[in-house]
Design a protein around this ligand. Structure first.
Ligand code: N5F
Length: 395
């Protein structure tokens, strides 16, 4: 049977996050794995009320097929919000509604990538981005990163070796998985390099609004010349992920291409969900909801950092995020995070081994810890159990 599958399926692997999620659904489990937003902050009553208004005011239209570009009032509302949230200033016709940013990544891959094309990415980078692009058979070239973000000298070296690279995939705010944020100087330096090449920057911004310390920075799209950056945004982490409402902001020429592949993918994102989010934005104070998330995640991140300080062995290091959902841990050389996960599951704790976030392998001594979904007590207990697996008998 294998021979009837497309060759591209050889590149495709299951997401380790999705696989681990299956285990962590058990209620007694301490999950430091998936980047799930805290469900206690989903505005369930307000969403129910917005749904009621959709049916009362729009009736059958909320259940009908609709345009691929997306529900016009929602596109306009997103275009109005972006100058405040990322500093980007697209028009409403430069917004395409997608079914999650995950679909945005798939559409970008379809529009830009032929087999063998080069994608430059941060090392490490979001494994769902790798999964979406991998189907199209690109080569991933990893650009080195440090606590200030992508390292310009490393990007220069990569572009000297691969001058025809097509895409630069970047998550400048509270990166997944490393939790790091690019400094303003790095944003400017990277854009200055990219401007000299015919390539597009894919700026993936699901976490930008979840800053709980430090000062906000302009996005790459806000700083770049016209047409250089496509920015992906989503309601998943600032409202709730289950509605699967997200967007791509890009110039008209790019949006037109993305619309063509979205037509083939799903015709349009769910009409009801788009109208629901649009109604919600008219009545619900989203900014206040995001403020509550920031407060909660600040406390949870603090609990995780304090627990790591107390429980993890000498030689382990970790990042100190100013926002987002993740802390990135580097264990001493030679310690395998995958082996640690096998033992951690035995004591009811899960995380994502870091190796999955490096497209070309290696870095098996790293791990991603999520702090958004568990209470501070359970975070502390989870980190304590992991520390106990590491301390007395190092792997
Ligand atoms: O599709 P959407 O808008 O919900 O978000 C996808 C997405 C896109 N880009 C980045 C950088 C992301 O971090 C995400 C979502 N990441 C979560 C994570 O844990 O890494 C997804 C967890 C849920 C899952 O895979 O089931």
């Amino acid at each position: 049977m294998e021979e009837i599958f497309a060759r591209r399926m050889q590149h495709v692997r299951a997401s380790e996050i999705r696989e681990i999620l299956k285990v962590t659904e058990r209620p007694d489990f301490i999950s430091l794995a998936g980047g799930l937003p805290a469900p206690e902050l989903f505005p369930v009553t307000e969403i129910a009320e917005a749904a009621r208004r959709c049916f009362a005011e729009d009736g059958a239209a909320a259940l009908q097929y609709s345009t691929t570009e997306g529900y016009a009032p929602l596109r306009a509302a997103i275009a109005r919000r972006l100058p405040e949230t990322t500093g980007a200033r697209p028009g409403a016709d430069e917004i395409l509604i997608t079914t999650g940013s995950q679909q945005g990544l798939d559409l970008v891959g379809k529009v830009f990538l032929d087999e063998g094309d080069v994608v430059l990415c941060e090392s490490p980078t979001y494994l769902g981005g790798l999964q979406a692009f991998r189907v199209f058979g690109p080569r991933f070239v990893e650009v080195e990163t440090d606590d200030e973000g992508m390292i310009p000298a490393s990007l220069e070296r990569c572009l000297e070796a691969e001058p025809r690279a097509k895409l630069l995939y970047a998550i400048p705010d509270f990166q997944n998985p490393a939790g790091r944020t690019w400094s303003l100087a790095r944003r400017e330096a990277v854009l200055a390099i990219v401007e000299r090449h015919r390539m597009a920057v894919i700026e993936d911004c699901p976490y930008g609004e979840l800053r709980f310390s430090g000062s906000p920075l302009p996005s790459l799209m806000a700083l770049a010349g016209p047409g250089q950056v496509l920015q992906l945004g989503t309601f998943s982490k600032i409202l709730c992920p289950g509605l699967r409402v997200a967007w791509i902001a890009a110039n008209r020429a790019m949006i037109e291409k993305l619309v063509l592949v979205k037509q083939a993918a799903d015709l349009h994102s769910p009409s009801l969900n788009q109208r629901l989010v649009s109604r919600l934005l008219e009545t619900y104070d989203l900014a206040a909801g995001i403020e509550r998330m920031r407060d909660l995640y600040r406390r949870r991140c603090g609990a995780m950092l304090a627990a790591l300080e107390g429980e993890f062995p000498e030689g382990a290091t970790w990042t100190r995020p100013e926002g987002g959902l993740f802390v990135w841990v580097t264990l001493p050389e030679g310690v395998s995070a995958r082996d640690l996960l096998t033992r951690a599951i035995g004591v009811q704790v899960a995380f994502v081994p870091g190796g999955a976030f490096f497209p070309n392998g290696g870095h098996e001594n790293t791990l991603r810890l999520n702090f958004s979904i568990m209470t501070p007590e359970r975070i502390a207990e989870g980190v304590r159990r992991l520390g106990a697996l590491l301390v007395p008998a190092p792997l």
